[in-house]
Design a protein around this ligand. Structure first.
Ligand code: CMX
Length: 441
């Protein structure tokens, strides 16, 4: 077994023993109560999942294994001469539960490098799609084509024992993460650069190599990719992409199938696709107003028009967060360091002043503050990546780190198939009238 796998197994065995004892003693304890509104309205605030890799506080934002985003930016290992964390280090932290040393993060880089070869049939499958296909469709199709490589599927078909599920999941997860940058970059070059594909550089780290294969050699773009891949990786377990990956994985679908399912959810405009919607919305604003530096009043009018048309303001609001997303702040900090005078970034910062009071005034929006997607596109445009339909693919590559680390834990802890109870409105009405129970099978 590899070093990372050995460490993971030791941690997982200890955690499984602890959880077993905890459930034996406290398994009957109740956490909260479920209301009718929660059942009908997206299960908000209903605790129903275990996700070991990160925890979201509505006021403070995300913590990965206890570390906030500013702490991670300061404490995670960096490439030599680098300023932003290595996502490999975050993956180690989520998987093992401890901050890695530089050597340990470099080990993850080595493992990813060794496993990064993408078989040719994956490219052929992507090539079979029309060039107008949305990049997220190409990406998920590429992942599905790669599923031929699943060790989990192969070993399950051969009669693998339950006690080995974690190991096949672990191996598939590492291999899949290692290969995603190549698939993502291939799609970008195919769709927007006449198929002028760029070979990987065996000396680069995971995110640096992604920047290279996309065709951006500016060292600050590499820094951006490291930051981007770190902050988008995980947002506890209940968001659509994480929850879907977990749900599909609970049926023992292999990591390729589970991750692809989760990324189909990420491609929804209320979730990850919001990052493309933000830049599309700002570009349309610039065109409509005839300026690339709109005033406060012009933005306010445009926002009100958007709302009057029955649309949401993309990049604002959140189902759990109730403050400005620390991932937005980290990106604003990056922008103020490397592109203080960039007009698009300045517009994003002005929108940040304009939108929250307007959303607040509607009286129904629970969180008027910006989320991660409100800022990411402007940083990419600065370096020349204007093809906003591609942005969610970058989110998806990063999100693999969190959802697949989680899948390893779910299999190591032997979590069962997910199967919550649903009800019909008829049964709810009967229950309200005192004519029977609705719980239980
Ligand atoms: N603009 C306009 N209206 C908004 C809004 C926004 N940015 N955010 C919420 N609202 C509205 C909702 O549509 C809802 O209206 P109705 O009652 O008329 O249906 C009302 O306010 C209450 O919604 P909420 O409880 O505050 O928010 P939800 O938990 O239902 O939804 C989210 C959360 C993110 C889907 C929503 O805020 C939204 O649509 N935001 C814009 C899209 C976006 O940026 N998504 C990315 C989220 C981060 C990510 O996953 O990547």
């Amino acid at each position: 077994m590899g070093i990372l796998k050995d460490k993971f197994k030791a941690k997982a065995d200890a955690a499984a023993t602890e959880i077993k004892a905890m459930l034996k003693e406290h398994g009957g304890k109740k956490i909260g109560e479920v209301t009718l509104a929660q059942i009908y309205q997206g299960m908000r605030g209903m605790t129903g999942l275990v996700s070991e890799t990160s925890l979201l506080d509505p006021q403070e934002g995300i913590r990965f294994r206890g570390y906030s985003i500013p702490e991670l930016r300061a404490q995670l290992p960096k490439v030599d001469g680098g300023t932003e964390p290595m996502p490999e280090g975050l993956f180690y932290l989520m998987l093992i539960g401890e901050l890695p040393t530089k050597e340990e993060a470099d080990h993850v880089t080595d493992v990813f490098q060794r496993r990064s070869h993408v078989p040719n049939h994956v490219f052929k499958t992507i090539d079979a799609l029309p060039n107008a296909t949305h990049p997220m469709t190409m990406f998920v199709t590429g992942v599905m084509a790669l599923q031929t490589e699943s060790l989990f599927a192969k070993r399950y078909a051969e009669g693998m024992s339950k006690k080995d599920y974690w190991e096949a999941t672990f191996d598939d997860s590492i291999t899949l993460i290692a290969r995603l940058p190549r698939i993502a970059a291939y799609i970008y070059r195919k769709k927007y650069h006449n198929g002028d594909d760029i070979n990987p550089d065996g000396m680069l780290d995971w995110a640096g190599n992604l920047a290279h294969m996309l065709g951006f050699e500016n060292p600050n773009f590499q820094k951006l990719m490291r930051l981007y891949m770190t902050i988008h990786a995980d947002h506890e377990g209940g968001n659509v992409s994480a929850h879907t990956t977990h749900l599909v994985g609970s049926a023992l679908a292999d990591p390729y199938l589970s991750y692809a399912a989760g990324m189909n959810g990420l491609a929804g405009p209320l979730h990850g696709l919001a990052n493309q919607e933000v830049i599309k919305w700002i570009f349309e604003m610039q065109e409509k107003l005839g300026t690339d530096l709109p005033t406060h009043d012009q933005i306010e009018k445009y926002v009100r028009d958007t709302l009057d048309q029955g649309k949401v303001v993309p990049g604002y609001g959140h189902a759990v967060l109730r403050q400005t997303d620390p991932r937005f702040i980290a990106q604003m900090d990056f922008g103020k360091t490397y592109m203080r005078d960039d007009k698009l970034c300045r517009t994003v910062w002005k929108i940040y002043e304009v939108v929250p009071p307007i959303l607040e005034s509607l009286g129904k929006v629970k969180n008027p503050w910006p989320n991660v997607d409100a800022h990411s596109g402007a940083l990419l445009v600065h370096f020349g990546m204007k093809e906003y339909e591609f942005y969610t693919v970058l989110f998806a590559v990063s999100r693999a780190l969190g959802v697949l680390a989680n899948l390893c834990w779910s299999r190591a802890l032997g979590f069962p198939i997910e199967r919550p109870k649903s009800v019909t409105t008829e049964s709810v009405k009967n229950w309200l009238n005192g004519e029977g129970e609705i719980w239980g099978e």
